[in-house]
Design a protein around this ligand. Structure first.
Ligand code: ARG
Length: 468
């Protein structure tokens, strides 16, 4: 190929052909091309380009008629995309920005070549990513909202469902299933507030930072920012094109959400075992075994637990990519997209499936109540009973410890002991002890804010409903 033909072909396909005399190596092209994955940014790229074109016309940087033509062509491209009339696969464009510009040039010729005035792909991609993330974070927030609604409904249904609370996975003190659900409601509420913070911190518009040092045109950065729903423009052009903090913050918020889902899933897997029998997953969220006909496995919960690792991986991947990059833009940063997109999709899918699985599961009240009634979950309350009768807590603890040992030897529980047996361990015991260590008393006496008493649970539900 003569150099003239080569550079002509290159400039047709690429945005930077002028300086080059050789075609890119095919393997390098495969490494370089991001269109197969960054096409996800296409609607955001077009939206950003429309705001840019309008600004160019408004500021007299290009003729208004050219700006109008750019805007209408971009709008019809967006409409084609939204109605699935746009074919992206098979394009030779190296990335989504190139794809859009090529498309414009093919449609409207020289006017299409004016869109990139005063703009670089570096501020463009920074903008696209922020637009994408702001949008996706809002979608994920809706999914968290749905999950919270489900948790509130379940808590209302199970406000009186007794269950053992655990520490070290050993039965500890009685709580209710509602109290347990609402613990997760707190986690998912914090997740929502993290997304809200992140959304606010993504409020500055990158467009106008250029490649790294702005541009010598009278750009109206305030206007573009406002047009695109941002609070204002970014303050430093070098930072703007090299900043991926928002992607990292998002990935870290997503990782925490996945950690919460994973813990909940772990509990459901354990509860779903024959050994616990606290819950049964609906058939719609379980699978069978190809060999063992009796099996019904809680795969949905296990998969969501497993996906947590994948989202953590995305966070570590991008942190590692960013860790030694000098200012400003470096091509390494193209590696931000796949982990981020994958994490967004994974969290969305997991939140959706988890909510369906939880809403359709059957919680076994009797098994939970039986478990709460065994395992000495009222032992602390027995010690508290003695404390009320003026026994120092340390002595009361010792007495009750001995009583538990006594029960273990006799294979019985505290409530089944006779008053005589109680009094053999301490003369302070009276007939009132039975009422004092009944499980419903143990619960109803825990009236301090944040405790499992029914009144406090209702307060919590009210508070959550308000915040939704
Ligand atoms: N595809 C690139 C990315 O995602 C767009 C920015 C390209 N900039 C450049 N100077 N080559 O990062």
């Amino acid at each position: 190929m003569s150099s003239g033909t080569t550079s002509n072909t290159a400039s047709e396909i690429k945005l930077w052909g002028g300086r080059f005399q050789q075609e890119a190596d095919a393997q390098f092209q495969a490494l370089n091309n991001s269109l197969p994955f960054d096409q996800k940014l296409l609607p955001y790229d077009i939206t950003g380009s429309i705001a840019h074109a309008k600004m160019l016309g408004r500021q007299g940087i290009i003729p208004q008629s050219d700006a109008d033509l750019l805007v209408s062509t971009l709008e019809s491209l967006l409409a084609d995309y939204q109605s699935s009339h746009l074919t992206i696969d098979g394009s030779t464009a190296e990335d989504v920005h190139t794809f859009v510009e090529q498309h414009l040039i093919a449609k409207i010729g020289d006017v299409g070549k004016k869109l990139h005035t005063g703009r670089s792909r570096n501020d463009q991609v920074a903008l696209d990513l922020k637009l994408y993330l702001r949008d996706q974070v809002s979608q994920l927030d809706k999914l968290l909202h749905n999950l919270l609604t489900t948790l509130i409904t379940l808590s209302e249904d199970h406000i009186d469902t007794l269950m053992p609370g655990y520490t070290h996975l050993q039965r500890a003190q009685p709580v209710t299933l509602a109290h347990h659900f609402l613990a997760y409601a707190e986690m998912f509420s914090r997740d929502r507030s993290r997304l809200k913070d992140l959304h606010t911190r993504m409020g500055q518009c990158p467009l106008g930072a250029g490649a790294l040092a702005g541009a010598p045109y009278p750009l109206d950065r305030q206007g573009v920012a406002k047009d695109l729903g941002f609070d204002g423009p970014t303050w430093n052009s070098l930072d703007t094109v090299s900043d991926r903090d928002h992607a990292l913050e998002a990935l870290s918020a997503f990782s925490i959400t996945m950690m919460h889902l994973s813990r909940f899933c772990e509990e459901l897997v354990i509860w779903n075992s024959l050994e616990f029998g606290f819950v049964e997953m609906a058939d719609a969220f379980a699978t069978g075994s190809s060999m063992m006909p009796q099996k019904k496995n809680p795969d949905a919960a296990e998969l969501i637990r497993g996906k947590a690792g994948r989202v953590y991986g995305s966070l570590i991947s991008l942190l590692t990519t960013m860790k030694a990059l000098p200012l400003a833009y470096n091509k390494d940063m193209q590696e931000d997209k796949e982990p981020l997109f994958d994490a967004v999709d994974t969290v969305g899918q997991c939140l959706t499936v988890f909510t369906g699985m939880l809403a359709s599961a059957t919680f076994k009240k009797e098994a939970m109540a039986t478990a709460a009634a065994n395992g000495f979950t009222n032992a602390t309350d027995l010690a508290d009973y003695l404390v009320e009768k003026n026994v120092p807590f340390r002595d009361a603890h010792e007495v009750v410890g001995k009583l538990v040992l006594y029960c273990l030897e006799k294979q019985t529980d505290l409530l089944s002991l006779s008053l005589e047996e109680f009094q053999q361990h301490s003369p302070v015991f009276e007939a009132s002890v039975y009422e004092a260590i009944g499980l419903s008393t143990c619960l109803s006496r825990r009236q301090a804010i944040g405790g499992p008493a029914k009144e406090r649970t209702l307060d919590h539900i009210r508070h959550l409903k308000q915040s939704l």
